[in-house]
Design a protein around this ligand. Structure first.
Ligand code: GDP
Length: 215
């Protein structure tokens, strides 16, 4: 997996051309998002720090893996305010607009802390994502810090959130499954034969959508 930082942008207008499939990464601050990014890509591309960042920038990384290209879109951590009236207010106008309008996001990864799996803020994010996601987009919940749980608690979490994945960034556990699931969602298995675009790469698909959007 080859990863390179592309750019940071405050809004959709400054984002790179939407000509590649994107995976958006969301999570409450301190959930382990930077650590996840580093473990997932096997590279130290994200700074891990416990100091809350104030700038709400969207970071774009370009990934090349198995001859396929996509982007990772790292969104600012949320949940600094004690009470959040709405996700729109939480995100701010630009981030809300980005998430709604960025058509080439195919997968939203919602990171949650395995020790606090059902926080109010995460329920809001879940609802928000489900309300904005289109039919060609998916949401994947990944719990971080699974190393803090006992086997029994892991089993309970899996029952409570079917389909969710669990990782440990510190112990580097769970990432094979994460990569497998992401590849499945992005590329599918029968995609080459059965996709209506006849097996074109995401670049061509993105460009077509882009042209449609412009027309
Ligand atoms: P971010 O604010 O979401 O980017 O979170 P960071 O990646 O900076 O991590 C926040 C804190 O949680 C750091 O002290 C990390 O070392 C710790 N952390 C992150 N992931 C894990 C994990 O899987 N297990 C454990 N035990 N600690 C973790």
């Amino acid at each position: 997996m080859k990863v390179k930082f592309l750019k940071s942008a405050p809004s959709i207008e400054q984002a790179p051309e939407p000509n590649l499939v994107e995976v958006a990464l969301l999570g409450r601050s301190n959930v382990g998002k930077s650590s996840f990014l580093n473990s997932w890509t096997g590279q130290k591309i994200a700074k891990t720090s416990s100091t809350p960042g104030k700038t709400k920038l969207i970071n774009f990384f370009e990934v090349e893996e198995g001859g396929k290209k996509y982007r990772i879109v790292d969104l600012p951590g949320f949940g600094y305010a004690k009470v959040s009236k709405s996700m729109k207010r939480e995100w701010g106008r630009e981030l809300d607009r980005f998430l709604r309008e960025r058509f080439n996001i195919k997968l939203f990864i919602h990171l949650r802390d395995a020790r606090h799996p059902d926080l109010e803020i995460d329920r809001m994010v879940e609802e928000y994502l489900n309300s904005i996601k289109r039919r060609d987009q998916q949401v994947l919940i990944i719990f971080t810090k699974m190393d803090k749980l006992k086997q029994k608690e892991i089993a309970r979490l899996k029952r409570q959130f079917p389909g969710a994945l669990l990782v440990s960034n510190t112990k580097k556990r769970g990432f094979e499954e994460v990569k497998r699931r992401i590849a499945e969602i992005l590329w599918g298995e029968e995609r080459d034969e059965e996709s209506p675009t006849g097996g074109e790469g995401p670049e061509a698909q993105g460009e077509r959508k882009l042209k449609k959007g412009e027309g």
